[in-house]
Every structure is written in C-alpha cells, then in structure tokens.
Design a protein around this ligand. Structure first.
Ligand SMILES: Nc1ncnc2c1ncn2[C@@H]1O[C@H](COP(=O)(O)OP(=O)(O)O)[C@@H](O)[C@H]1O
Ligand SMILES: N[C@@H](CCOP(=O)(O)O)C(=O)O
Length: 319
C-alpha cells in the first residue's frame, strides 16, 4: 500500500525537480512591463515526507540568510497555491540550489515565487490543473508586478500587462543578434526600497518619451538590434532611483557614452548591457574593468527561451 502525506492523494516519497531562470526587468523604458529570461538558474529538489510542515535546505545564494521554515519565500508561494485550490499542504523536504544573486535586480524574489508555484503545480498534478493564466495570476499576486514573473515562467522576452481581469503576457523571441551582460555589484539594494523612490505621477512629456522608447525597444529586440541604444532611454524610473545607487548611475552613463545600451537591471543595482553583437559584451567588460574602482562581477548570459520547468518523479507503483 502507498502511504499518503495527508488527505490529498500525493504519495509520500514523490519527488520533483524545478528549474527557474533569472530575469532582467524594465530593460530601460519598459517599467513594470518588459522582461527577459536569462541563463542563470535556481533549482529545487522537493520530496513529499510523512512529517508535516515544510523544511527548506538552502544551498548557495541565501544559505544561512533566508529562512528555512514555512516563512521561506519558496514555501510561502507553494502554500499560497495549495490554499487557493483548497488543498492541504503535504509534509515537504525541499533542497534549494540557488545561483541567482539576491537584491541585485536579477529577479531572485520572482524566481523564488515561481519556483514555489511550479513545485505546487507538480505536486497537484492529477488533482488540480493549473494553466498558464493562473500561474501568472498567482505569481503576480505575490510579486506585486508581472514583469519578472512572466519571463521566469515562460522564458524569452515578455511583454506583461495587468488588465481588468488580471495579469497577461505576450512572449516574443528576441533577435539572435541580441546578447546580454549583467554587471553585478557587491552591495545589495532591495526592490522595495527602489519602488519607494518612485513618484506617484510623472510629467506627460516623460510618459510620451517612454511610450516611444518602449515601442521602439520591442522592434529593436526582435528585429533591429542596431536601434538598442536609442530604444533603451528611460525617464520613468532610473533617474528617480539614481540617488540610491550612484555607482550604478555613473557606470550606465559611462557605458552609454561609449555607445553601449546600458540600463539598470530590474530595480538595480546591477547594470544590464544589451549588445547588438557579442563583441559589445567584451567591450563593456573592458570598459567596466578600466573605469570603475568598485568590483562588478560580469555575467555573460544567454536568453533563456524555455522558462520555468517542473519534472515529477512519482513513487514506483503509485501511478
Ligand atoms: N531563492 C530564494 N529563497 C528564499 N527567499 C528568496 C529567494 N530569492 C529571493 N528571496 C527573497 O527575496 C529578497 C530579494 O528580493 P528583491 O529585493 O525583490 O530583489 P531581487 O531583485 O533579487 O528580486 C531576498 O532578500 C529574500 O528575502
Ligand atoms: N519593475 C520592477 C522590477 C524589479 O525587478 P527586480 O529584479 O529588481 O526585483 C521595478 O523596477 O521595481
């Protein structure tokens, strides 16, 4: 006889693996809207156990820092899905292998939320069918804005928006000439702090400026990468947040003066350079090494086209 963890029919011993990409949001003018999935991943191994409660063994980034109990963001996201569908959470042992740096503007909180949601989707397979619209709704409820969680879930370049009936997305395939390098500083800055610096309203001319640049940016990213420099200008968020990340601001100015499409990655403080050919990444890395006194870790990343994945490994004989 197969043991079950509780009143759901999820057998004890069921395991699953989850993989979620890092993301870079905004891409300059596309505040809270545009995002790109990148080839840097957080991974989970999840096992259903007899003992109730969720324990998270955190390895890599966040080890010894983020909680290991039910208050862990991955565990909270997972529990949120079970609660939404009226299902009791089984006892779980989770091993989290984290590579996405925290509070640097690479979507670590979005990735943790998506990881928990994908784990829940895998555990609830055959009990509840969770579609892509629901995945994005659940993730956006927890993250507060859809621009990181959409590419983390679906991969590629995403346009995300919130309609009257909730968040939606459109996935696009970035032009293969587009390359990305992210410069990650040692110091962290929370997204919540960056968001607190945003004004409640902006001048109409700045809104027009960003509408034109973000429309152009979609064309640049999927068809005409040579337009990336003009297409990555922004007046909606970067200047308001610059006082909280002066070195980021300086680095972006320097790189843009050299013709490189440099922007704040997400809410910062990392810097993203979108290249229209791979040699621009090396040029950017040389310029950063030569012109900055601080240490910036260069991450040369590819665009991830797949998004989050979950693989369920049922207990033998339980299917
Ligand atoms: N894999 C993870 N497991 C648990 N908590 C996480 C994980 N990733 C991120 N977090 C939480 O999210 C915070 C970072 O979120 P945030 O400030 O939005 O920055 P980011 O730009 O990295 O998303 C971390 O300090 C931590 O509390
Ligand atoms: N649009 C958000 C994006 C936050 O991204 P993160 O990777 O820094 O969490 C914002 O700019 O606040």
């Amino acid at each position: 006889m197969t043991h079950t963890a509780d009143s759901t029919s999820i057998p004890v011993g069921t395991t699953l693996s989850v993989k979620v990409p890092a993301t870079t949001a905004n891409l300059g003018p596309g505040f809270d809207t545009l995002g790109l999935a990148l080839s840097l991943y957080d991974e989970l191994e999840v096992e259903v156990r007899e003992e109730p409660g969720i324990h998270v063994n955190v390895l890599g980034v966040g080890e010894g820092v983020v909680p290991t109990d039910e208050t862990n963001l991955v565990a909270r996201a997972l529990a949120h899905v079970f609660e939404r569908f009226g299902q009791p959470v089984p006892g779980l042992e989770i091993v989290a292998h984290n590579a996405i740096p925290h509070s640097r503007g690479l979507g670590s909180s979005g990735a943790a939320i998506v990881a928990g949601i994908m784990a829940a989707k895998g555990l609830l397979e055959g009990i509840v069918d969770i579609g892509s619209i629901e995945l994005l709704e659940l993730a956006t409820e927890l993250e507060g804005h859809p621009d990181n969680v959409a590419p983390a879930l679906f991969g590629g370049l995403t346009i995300a928006w919130v309609g009257e009936d909730g968040p939606k997305h459109k996935k696009l395939i970035a032009h293969r000439g587009v390359s990305a390098v992210v410069f990650v500083p040692e110091a962290a800055m929370s997204t919540a702090l960056a968001r607190s610096l945003q004004p409640a309203s902006v001048p109409h001319e700045d809104a027009i400026f960003n509408v034109s640049r973000s429309a152009l940016l979609v064309a640049a990213l999927i068809q005409s990468p040579e337009l990336l420099l003009a297409a990555t200008e922004d007046r909606l968020h970067q200047s308001y947040r610059a006082s909280a990340m002066l070195e980021t601001d300086e680095l972006i100015r320097m790189l843009r003066e050299h013709g490189l499409a440099a922007v704040v990655s997400g809410a910062g403080p990392s810097v993203l350079v979108l290249g229209n050919d791979p040699s621009q990444r090396l040029l950017a890395a040389d310029l950063v090494a030569a012109n900055s006194v601080s240490t910036w870790q260069p991450l040369m990343l590819a665009v991830d086209f797949k998004g989050a994945t979950v693989m369920v490994h049922p207990v033998e004989g339980s299917a």
